[in-house]
Design a protein around this ligand. Structure first.
Ligand code: GAL
Length: 849
């Protein structure tokens, strides 16, 4: 497969959703989820019990046959999904930093009692899991239904053979994270949504539609819809398949009808499947792009004997993608440089449990920074991520694995690779190949067998056979080795983690000169928000890292160095920064677990250096439990380099940002270097009104303004930035007074009482003037009155062992966050209060919509 295909083959895609409880699709009915019209949330009213390793480290023996109908559930916990059993901790110092020092290992059993009305008898009943960590085994009424080991993939179980219509049924799920390993916090439990799907026996199969746009002209797009129809009856049927196309708005409501596909008739044998291929022309298509992410929905109906028996919704978008070796990536024919971030799946204080509201907040911050692409490192994402990316205008690098046959950890994917890789890759493509945001498939990340030519080809070919419209890539930590071995020949796009400087050599190698290259991982700069050190970048007493954005591991670099490198190779596709957000686990450079230091590095001299570092760290046993890599901290507060990326990625938005803060009473008369990130090209710095000089940045070389010799005096530091000689942006930091009050800002004033919608409340510890006091860490106590509840708190401190569910938390460098929600199905309002001894309290009221 080849670039040619991408340039000619205008792919497209969709957003997967479904209408709830409707057998006939009504226009203007909001689609909750792609797929069968009758798809209902199956998240509520589960019972949970944990065996094996417990939160406190003790072991509780797992009784046999917990799937049995007769199981005694007296002591089981009642809960709603999504659920991450490990996020409530406690953090334990002896647990591994790489997985967040949280007790995620264990055996989890979930049970749910439910009834399907007798009137549904004869229907097919499925349960769809968006993801369950890990080694899921599913039982219905004591009978084994099936398994799906890989915790990041979505899968369907057919309950029909064991279901009792009109009577109580018991669905039981066994999860086992004891037999799973990870290099970051994976979470544990049914941490994504679950759905109950009802269809007639003749119906569109699971992920049974595939929409492409093989040809897009200015005024029309050819639409091709493949529809797989299953016949679960014991006789041959004639099924008539029709598909109508509608425009779809941001709320997933179908609007104007814009076309119909040619009807096709399938003759499907008893218990067989047939596929219909239908076509249409969409006139004047509204293209999906990053600024106007227009979407459509294809509504497919299957009729037997003149009666509609199934309705299936497939959201999609129309856009072209083209990858060129010399002119980067083109979206709808226009060059888009990839300004990407890698992100793990956890949502900080909420753990791995998916929450659309929290994810939307994250993506909103990334978008504001100018990020235009997301790498789902290193696993299939929640479907909600793709839906949000489709709606908000992000391109997605959709990734399958962190390990193949040779593991990075004893119990990682290597255990199941042989039996499961094909099934997992097919599940990933079938689920995601209609999303317009998905533009690259990635078969791996720094897999130890990345030089295996045969395996690389095999995996890439599986992806291509399921979706030839997108390129296949792989993230290499040894790009030289990957290319020398020839493994990269099998890929369409070369993914290079960190080693961009080798590019010139590959640009002249006939095997690779035509292979587009992307920085699948870059930078890995580490810092702690609001910390600035002057002698060493690292503080091994507090386990924090200076925020001058100049600290990084041996394989990483600062954002500036990476921008400089990118400027040298403008023909490459762009970069994915490691990472957008801090995440749970992998607290490099304070990780005292051997894997993170040792598992990638092939250079023996590096290994020796890393081993020495590891031995030192193991002696001091750092409490660090989350990463320092984020451009934004774990609580969602931007670190300084947020403004570096924003300046570079959104050059037309006036930005100026000074660092550090200006509260250095112990450094009066001493030097405090001042740096400024700006989208301008020049700036003049003033301390208490006196100019400290004007500095310029050379395009492609400098990415911050630096005044390295500023002698500290309290007062006001101001920068006036210029662009092409004209005044462009300013920033001011002031020495604050003592902390006297709490300032509170909620990210909204209204919330839905649906158990999902969240309000994020930022508390600033402030002085009399309302300025946030840096380096202030008082204990803040949150309380709530009315129909709301506090879900979690955080402050972005990577070393804190305060449980995320605690309503009391010290501020970290002047800031603390409370995440609140309305009580389910309640009306009215609630008031959140924040108090701290000696400070004036604050409160904010949220109305329930
Ligand atoms: C990369 C790896 C990532 C993460 C990162 C930290 O080599 O692919 O998963 O470990 O290093 O810098």
């Amino acid at each position: 497969m080849n670039k040619k295909m991408f340039s000619l083959n205008k792919s497209l895609t969709l957003l997967l959703c479904l209408t709830v409880g409707l057998s006939v699709f009504a226009q203007h009915t909001t689609i909750k989820r792609m797929g069968a019209a009758d798809t209902q949330s199956f998240d509520d009213n589960w019972l949970f019990s944990r065996f094996g390793s417990q939160a406190d480290g003790l072991v509780k023996e797992e009784p046999k046959n917990l799937e049995a109908v007769s199981t005694n559930e007296a002591n089981w916990e009642k809960l709603n999904l999504p659920h991450d059993w490990a996020i409530k901790g406690p953090f334990r110092i002896e647990l591994r930093g790489e997985t967040g020092k949280l007790p995620w290992k264990g055996i989890g059993w979930y049970r749910k009692h439910f009834t399907v009305p007798a009137s549904d008898s004869g229907k097919q009943i499925f349960v769809d899991f968006d993801g369950a960590m890990a080694n899921a085994k599913i039982y219905l009424n004591g009978n084994y239904v099936g398994t799906w080991p890989y915790g990041y993939n979505s899968f369907r179980m057919n309950l029909t053979p064991f279901l009792k219509f009109g009577q109580e049924n018991i669905l039981a799920v066994r999860l086992d994270t004891e037999n799973w390993d990870s290099r970051w916090y994976p979470g544990a439990g049914i941490y994504r949504h679950v759905w109950l799907v009802k269809t007639n026996p003749v119906h569109v199969g699971h992920w049974g539609t595939y929409i492409t746009t093989p040809n897009i002209r200015k005024d029309a797009a050819d639409i091709r819809v493949m529809v797989k129809v299953d016949n679960a009856t014991d006789k041959t049927v004639k099924a008539v398949v029709t598909t109508d196309l509608y425009e779809m708005d941001i709320h997933n409501t179908p609007k104007t009808k814009v076309g119909s596909l040619i009807t096709s008739t399938l003759e499907i044998k008893a218990n067989g499947t047939e596929e219909a291929e239908t076509h249409s022309v969409l006139n004047n298509p509204k293209l999906w792009d990053l600024k106007t992410p227009n979407r459509y929905v294809a509504q497919t109906k299957v009729s037997v004997d003149g009666k509609v028996v199934d309705t299936y919704n497939t959201p999609f978008g129309v856009r072209t993608i083209e990858f060129t070796p010399r002119n980067g990536f083109l979206l709808n024919g226009k060059r888009v440089e990839i300004f990407g971030t890698c992100n793990h799946h956890d949502l900080g204080a909420l753990g791995a449990a998916i929450n659309t509201s929290a994810l939307k907040r994250q993506l909103g911050m990334l978008k504001e920074m100018g990020c235009n692409s997301l790498r789902t490192s290193h696993n299939p994402p929640a479907p909600e991520l793709l839906e949000l990316a489709d709606k908000m205008g992000f391109l997605v690098w959709d990734e399958a694995f962190d390990a193949w046959k040779i593991g990075k950890k004893k119990l990682d994917y290597n255990l199941i690779f042989v039996e499961w890789h094909e099934k997992d890759l097919i599940a990933l493509t079938h689920r995601d190949r209609n999303n317009p945001s998905v533009f690259i498939w990635s078969i791996g990340n720094e897999v130890p067998d990345q030089q295996n030519v045969k395996l690389t080809k095999e995996l890439a070919d599986i992806m291509r056979s399921e979706d030839p419209t997108r390129p296949v890539s792989n993230g290499y930590n040894d790009p030289d080795g990957g290319r020398s071995s020839g493994a990269v020949v099998a890929l369409d796009v070369m993914g290079v983690n960190y080693f961009f400087d080798q590019q010139p050599k590959w640009d002249v190698d006939p095997r690779y000169e035509k292979k587009p290259t992307i920085g699948s991982e870059t930078a890995s700069t580490v810092s702690s928000r609001g910390e600035y050190f002057f002698d060493d970048k690292y503080n091994k007493t507090t386990w924090q890292i200076s925020s001058y954005d100049d600290a990084f591991p041996g394989w990483g670099c600062s954002p500036d160095i990476q921008f400089r490198t990118n400027a040298k190779y403008p023909h490459l596709l762009g970069e994915y920064v490691w990472t957008g957000f801090d995440y749970l686990g992998e607290p490099t450079p304070y990780n005292s677990d051997e894997t993170n230091l040792l598992n990638f590095r092939t250079d023996p001299s590096k290994q020796a250096e890393l081993e020495a570092k590891l031995a030192e760290l193991q002696k001091s046993n750092p409490p660090s439990r989350s990463s320092y890599f984020g451009i934004i901290d774990l609580a969602g507060f931007p670190k300084d380099r947020y403004y570096s990326y924003k300046s570079h990625w959104r050059p037309d938005v006036p930005t100026a940002h000074i660092l550090p803060h200006w509260n250095w009473s112990e450094r009066v008369g001493k030097v405090v270097p001042v740096h400024v990130y700006t989208s301008g090209d020049e700036g003049e710095l003033f301390l208490n009104g006196k100019s400290l000089g004007r500095k310029k940045m050379e395009a492609g070389k400098d990415f911050r303004l630096m005044w390295e010799d500023v002698v500290y005096a309290p007062g006001e530091l101001k920068v006036v930035c210029y662009k092409k000689g004209k005044k462009w942006a300013t920033d001011v930091v002031k020495t604050t007074g003592a902390a006297t009050k709490i300032k509170m800002a909620a990210d909204r004033t209204e919330v839905l009482a649906d158990d999902v919608d969240l309000v994020f409340i930022t508390v600033d510890i402030s002085d009399n003037e309302g300025l946030m006091v840096p380096r202030s860490n008082p204990l803040v106590k949150f309380s709530i009155e009315g129909a709301g509840e506090i879900v979690a708190t955080d402050n972005g401190d990577a070393t804190s062992f305060v449980p995320f569910q605690s309503t009391e938390r010290p501020a970290y460098n002047g800031k603390v966050l409370a995440i609140v929600k309305a009580k389910k199905e309640q009306k009215g309002q609630f008031t959140v209060k924040a108090e701290s001894e000696g400070l004036q309290a604050a409160a904010t009221t949220i109305r329930i919509k």
